[in-house]
Design a protein around this ligand. Structure first.
Ligand code: PBG
Length: 322
């Protein structure tokens, strides 16, 4: 009789035939930055994640590097008074986010930093693009994103992460970086970013929910699959170094599609709502964290992600430490 159970009979055999492994090298840990000093603000809907001031962020990066996590995506929480219609603070000389990037790269030159390029943290309308009469303007947003990207490149970011979903932005940003002399700065594009309900806790963390309307005219319809391929083709043509699917868990089919079609690496963003769901269930005693957390990461990698942005990164490193 053919008995597939033979390959499951001992721990050693199971490990030997295991098809998917999640390595720490694949993980990017998102961190939230606030101005000031000595701050470690609790984010209610994201247990274990904090809004960190620069000093705390640097300490966190150092701690993670010791655990084998050396890649970070940094998101700023901008005080209301610094927001305006055209996101001018995003490229301002005294922007605390840019200073923190420069210091992190200075203190830990070997770490990898990914930025967020989008207007929503800086925009008084809290949309990813310029708003006029309730419309999100595409082409008028691009030069603003370019200024932001160049300022981040100047601060020393390794890769920029356009998360805005404006058309043509990858090509526009590549051109802008090249002509400003930042040929080595990479682009990880939020390629298939869906208009998802799973970003709720992130918007709490950054207080960045749109003032009016929703993001459905620029983020993708969760029902669409072919369109993700279209976006991928465009981003690769325009010069993306890495393409991304976001969220991850309800979009494993999309990750698998991108892996099949893309000749550049595929990242998946295991978003805030996915993190919050697991924590909520574990806090109630309904799920076991040390079991489901690695299962979630494994499923994302199994689907085809080469890289995973995840708030679980540090816990995974601690869990798998020998
Ligand atoms: C916005 C941005 C969002 C996230 C990353 N960049 C939220 C949004 O589009 O409203 C979400 C990340 C998460 O939920 O963990 N540019």
């Amino acid at each position: 009789m053919i008995r597939p159970r033979r390959n499951r009979s001992t721990r050693a055999i199971r490990a030997m035939v295991r098809e998917t492994r999640v390595h720490l090298d694949q993980l990017i840990y998102p961190l939230f930055l606030v101005p000031g000093e000595d701050m470690r603000q609790v984010i209610q809907s994201m247990p274990g994640q904090f809004r960190l001031s620069k000093d705390e962020l640097l300490r966190e990066i150092g701690e993670c590097m010791k655990l084998g996590i050396d890649k970070f995506a940094i998101f700023p929480s901008i005080p209301e008074a610094l927001k305006d219609k055209t996101a001018t603070y995003s490229w301002s000389e005294d922007n605390f986010y840019l200073h923190a990037i420069a210091e992190a790269k200075n203190q830990y030159p070997e770490c990898f930093l990914l930025s967020d390029v989008a207007m929503d943290p800086y925009n008084s309308d809290r949309h990813d693009g310029l708003v006029e009469d309730g419309q999100i303007l595409n082409d008028e947003t691009l030069p603003i994103l370019a200024k932001m990207a160049i300022a981040q490149a100047q601060a020393g970011i390794d890769m920029i992460g356009p998360s805005d979903m404006m058309d043509g932005r990858v090509g526009y940003l590549r051109e802008a970086l090249d002509s400003a002399g930042y040929k080595k700065t990479g682009i990880m594009s939020y390629t298939a970013k869906y208009a998802s309900g799973f970003y709720g806790p992130f918007r709490d963390a950054l207080d960045s929910a749109p003032n009016a309307g929703d993001k459905k005219t620029y983020q993708m319809d969760p029902a669409n699959r072919n369109e993700a391929i279209h976006e991928t083709m465009l981003d690769i043509q325009e010069g993306a170094d890495i393409v991304m699917v976001k969220p991850a868990l309800s979009y494993l089919d999309i990750i698998s599609d991108l892996k099949a079609y893309s000749e550049v690496p595929v990242a998946a963003y295991n978003v805030s709502g996915e993190y919050a769901m697991i924590h909520a269930a574990c806090r109630n005693g309904w799920l076991t964290y040390d079991q489901v957390m690695p299962e979630v990461l494994t499923s994302i990698v199994r689907a085809g992600a080469d890289i995973v942005l995840t708030y679980f990164a540090k816990d995974y490193a601690e869990l798998t430490r020998i």
